[in-house]
Write a protein that binds this ligand. Structure first.
Ligand code: ADP
Ligand code: TRP
Length: 331
């Protein structure tokens, strides 16, 4: 059985893009792997969230994940900062990481461009902490998107370097795992190609949106003035609506609206109504579970307590071994 580790930054409610792009893969993976899924709260401190927002976001992300189908009986679900062993591993790994290589990381350079007034050391060491998250549990596979692949390469570099320096075969070299052809990108309702809460806040449908809100958002979605000749290519905004239909509607529905489009008889109002209903049907069970989890703090605490226990058991073993390998041993 492979070990899988992945972290989720607690930056707010999860939307359909997060669901189809990440969460769904986690739900599949938990069936046949030894999975550790954690909420990366230390990592999110690099952008200085308000403490009350951070606290809320951790809870909301946990609720969204559980409601969508992550099962604490199958996967270890925990909050990163509940497992402080990761800090020690971060420190021990950092001794063999060069400042130059961190400065060349694409995500760091992007942050320097985007937030020149807050180039903190946490941003620089972000890849070391992420490696520590992964190596802490000897992961074989790390499900991540394209933007995280460089971090995975670094993780392998750091692991291999550690093994070489100490002449051990201790750390495994984990691979970035994506679902290849199945990798999907969910577009936005605002005509943009990617649903994103950070880049295009008006583009997103959240798992925690009520049916009324979903209907309102979809009816307001950007479209165009309609095809005027058969075979006319779709505009980006209309293509987006069809991609959403493809994600949540039946094959017959998709075919019906495609034919209507080709015959120039399509009424976007009808398409949107159908899309809204299919989205509501899709999210309804998740939405109901979100509502009931919101008022069940005892259960949420229990999930995190048990997750912390299991994650620390694995983490403590790793840190103990690393201490011995580098020579930190009791007198
Ligand atoms: P956002 O862009 O809303 O801030 P994040 O960057 O926090 O979302 O993404 C969290 C996870 O969800 C990542 O694994 C990312 O690849 C996935 N994801 C985000 N948006 C989409 C999307 N529109 N389609 C598919 N996957 C997505
Ligand atoms: N850097 C990841 C992101 O921005 C989050 C993350 C932190 C992570 N630690 C991890 C992902 C370990 C996978 C494994 O999405």
């Amino acid at each position: 059985m492979d070990t899988v580790v992945s972290g989720i930054r607690p930056t707010g409610y999860l939307h359909l893009g997060n669901y189809f792009g990440a969460l769904k893969n986690f739900i599949t993976m938990q069936e046949e792997n030894n999975c550790f899924f954690f909420i990366a709260d230390y990592h999110s401190l690099t952008t200085h969230p308000k403490p009350e927002d951070l606290k809320e976001n951790i809870k909301n992300v946990l609720i969204d994940y559980l409601a969508a189908g992550l099962d604490p009986e199958k996967a270890v679900i925990y909050v990163q900062s509940d497992v402080p062993e990761v800090c020690e591993l971060n420190l021990l790994l950092s001794m063999n990481v060069y400042v130059g290589e961190l400065q060349r990381v694409a995500s760091f350079k992007e942050k320097v461009r985007r937030q020149p007034n807050n180039v903190n050391a946490g941003l620089l060491i972000y890849p070391i902490l992420m490696s520590a998250d992964i190596l802490l549990h000897h992961a074989d596979k790390v499900p991540v998107g394209k933007d995280q692949e460089q971090h995975l390469e670094l993780t392998r570099d750091f692991a291999q370097r550690f093994n070489n320096i100490y002449g051990v075969e201790f750390f495994k070299l984990p691979i970035a795992y994506n679902f290849g052809a199945e990798l999907v990108k969910i577009p936005g309702l605002d005509g943009t190609t990617k649903m994103s809460k950070s880049d295009n806040p008006n583009s997103a449908i959240f798992l925690s949106d009520s049916p009324e809100i979903i209907r309102k958002k979809v009816m307001r979605a950007v479209s165009d003035s309609g095809p005027t000749a058969s075979g006319m290519p779709k505009s980006q905004a209309v293509e987006n609506l069809f991609t959403l239909l493809q994600a949540v509607s039946s094959a017959e529905t998709l075919q019906y609206f495609n034919e209507q489009y080709d015959q120039c008889t399509i009424r976007y109002g009808d398409l949107k109504k159908q899309l809204a209903e299919d989205l509501v049907n899709f999210t309804a069970p998740i939405y109901d579970r979100i509502l009931s989890l919101k008022t069940n703090d005892d259960y949420l605490r229990k999930v995190l307590r048990e997750g912390q226990e299991k994650a620390r058991e694995s983490a403590k073993k790793t840190v103990k071994n690393v201490r011995e390998i580098v020579g930190i041993v009791p007198l």
